[in-house]
Design a protein around this ligand. Structure first.
Ligand SMILES: Nc1ncnc2c1ncn2[C@@H]1O[C@H](COP(=O)(O)OP(=O)(O)OP(=O)(O)O)[C@@H](O)[C@H]1O
Length: 470
């Protein structure tokens, strides 16, 4: 969730309750969004900062705060707009005092160069985003599986020996699949090994905002921005696809990148796609981003989803029954974030409602959260249905027999697995007794052609499809 966007939405809500003018300008507009953290207990923490001690006091003391209740109400209303039944917790950090007193409006209109014309002392970059690592994002809490094994291994190698071989490390893949988790695990590990290391985690949006703000403030602040970023031992930048099409930012990013890697310091990037597929990313950045190691993370298959849920249940000492875990894992095949969302609801029921969680409870939760209540179609279900349809056994489908009575059903089962599940070719191959992905490819092509030319076979495939969807 983007902190700036979220904060803007909350501010819109706040306008309903806090009168615009004096109060709003002093207690709301003086807050800067830093980061949104999604917590385990189905809450979200919005980190805000202020340079004014009095403002921080107002938001941090529930007993004396006048506005906190309004803030809380605005946040809850906003999260509903986001379609999430989530509570949000504000966390306000007070960052070094500014020379202005609380109710003074800073003289932003004066040209910064004029203000500082004779002053040559360096300026602190205290306006840039503060780096906050989520302590939960560690290697120990990450479930390693076929879909992320390579990324997991190289991330560990980078954490143990930053700035050596894999620089930059780029982790890429779809939303909610663990890219940020792995990236921050590197940061946490590096800090564990060397608490004095300068580790900076930011989103690309933070980088853009910080640079824009530095430019707006003037030359000394721009220098301070450069010093701050270029002196990091480990720079972690999330979602570099958002650099797309921003020429001036890309130039600054390029220079930052070069300054850090020249010192043999480490950079880790995440992206939703490979750099060469990011439209509007300059060639020199495409080349730089690809010069270290690029590791892909793909969607977790069913056994991995089960393992992630089991792991979370154990970590939180919840003892969730296996059939409940299977039900959730089968229904939520989008990404790990969604999986965690459902898990948190179940965990909440166990903790706060102190009621046993059954498969029916899980189904209700899944339905409320718009996940299909019926079982997802998985490879074992397809194998079972196809085997019954052709009167062969699942062992035959997974075995090596080459007679036509077995080969055709096996190919049809692979074809349907490709069509009806999210599993990759290698995953399907493995599920059919450890076959190579080329065998799966060959089988799906064969059935594809046969459907065109063989009406009987096309009809059989259609009947199985219908059976599966019932
Ligand atoms: N393999 C895994 N083991 C344990 N937890 C995981 C795993 N993969 C993802 N998660 C959890 O899923 C949630 C989403 O992961 P994360 O924020 O790292 O996704 P992302 O790939 O960075 O997504 P986005 O592109 O939307 O930022 C986090 O709470 C993370 O801890």
């Amino acid at each position: 969730m983007d902190p700036v966007q979220l904060w803007n939405a909350i501010k819109e809500e706040l306008r309903e309750s806090i009168s615009t003018g004096f109060s709003f300008a002093n207690y709301v507009d003086t807050l800067t969004p830093l980061q949104v953290l999604e917590n385990k207990n189905n809450t979200v923490t919005l980190h805000l900062s202020t340079n004014h001690e009095q403002v921080a006091d107002e938001w941090l003391n529930p007993s004396s705060s006048y506005y906190l209740a309004f803030m809380q109400a605005a946040m809850t209303a906003t999260m509903k707009l986001y379609g999430q039944p989530t509570f949000i917790v504000p966390s306000v950090t007070y960052i070094s005092p500014q020379p202005t007193s609380l109710f003074e409006v800073p003289a932003t209109d004066a040209a910064p160069e004029q203000q500082n014309a004779t002053d040559t002392s360096p300026v602190a970059a205290d306006f840039v985003t503060q780096s906050i690592l989520n302590p939960e994002f560690r290697f120990e809490t990450f479930v390693s599986s076929d879909e992320n094994r390579e990324a997991y291994a190289v991330a560990q190698a980078v954490a143990d020996n930053p700035g050596t071989q894999w620089n930059p490390l780029l982790i890429y893949g779809g939303v909610g699949l663990g890219k940020t988790h792995l990236m921050q695990a590197i940061g946490n590990k590096v800090l564990e090994n060397n608490p004095n290391a300068k580790v900076k985690f930011i989103t690309t949006e933070d980088f853009i905002n910080d640079f824009t703000e530095a430019l707006r403030r003037g030359q000394k602040e721009t220098e301070a921005f450069k010093r701050e970023y270029r002196s990091t031992d480990l720079l972690l930048v999330d979602d570099v696809q958002f650099l797309a099409g921003k020429e001036k930012i890309q130039e600054e990013f390029f220079n930052t990148f070069n300054a850090i890697t020249r010192e043999n310091h480490q950079i880790v990037l995440t992206s939703d796609k490979l750099p060469k597929e990011i439209p509007g990313l300059e060639m020199r950045l495409v080349t730089r981003f690809g010069q270290g190691y690029s590791a892909n993370i793909t969607k977790p298959d069913l056994p991995t989803r089960v393992a992630i849920l089991r792991n979370k249940s154990d970590q939180e000492n919840l003892n969730i029954p296996n059939d409940v875990i299977d039900e959730i894992a089968a229904a939520v095949d989008t990404n790990v974030r969604d999986l965690e969302g459902v898990f948190n609801q179940v965990a909440g029921k166990l903790r706060f409602a102190s009621q046993p969680v059954t498969v029916d409870t899980a189904r209700d939760i899944l339905e409320t959260m718009n996940f299909k209540r019926q079982r997802a179609i998985t490879i074992p279900i397809i194998q079972d249905t196809v085997a019954k349809f052709f009167d062969v056994t699942v062992q035959d489908l997974n075995g090596k027999k080459r007679n036509k009575e077995i080969v055709v059903p096996r190919q049809i089962a692979m074809y349907l697995a490709r069509e009806l599940t999210q599993d990759s070719l290698p995953q399907i191959g493995r599920a059919f007794g450890g076959k190579d992905h080329t065998t799966v490819m060959h089988s799906t092509e064969k059935i594809d052609n046969a459907i065109e030319n063989d009406a009987l076979l096309a009809d059989q495939v259609q009947k199985i499809r219908e059976e599966l969807s019932n």
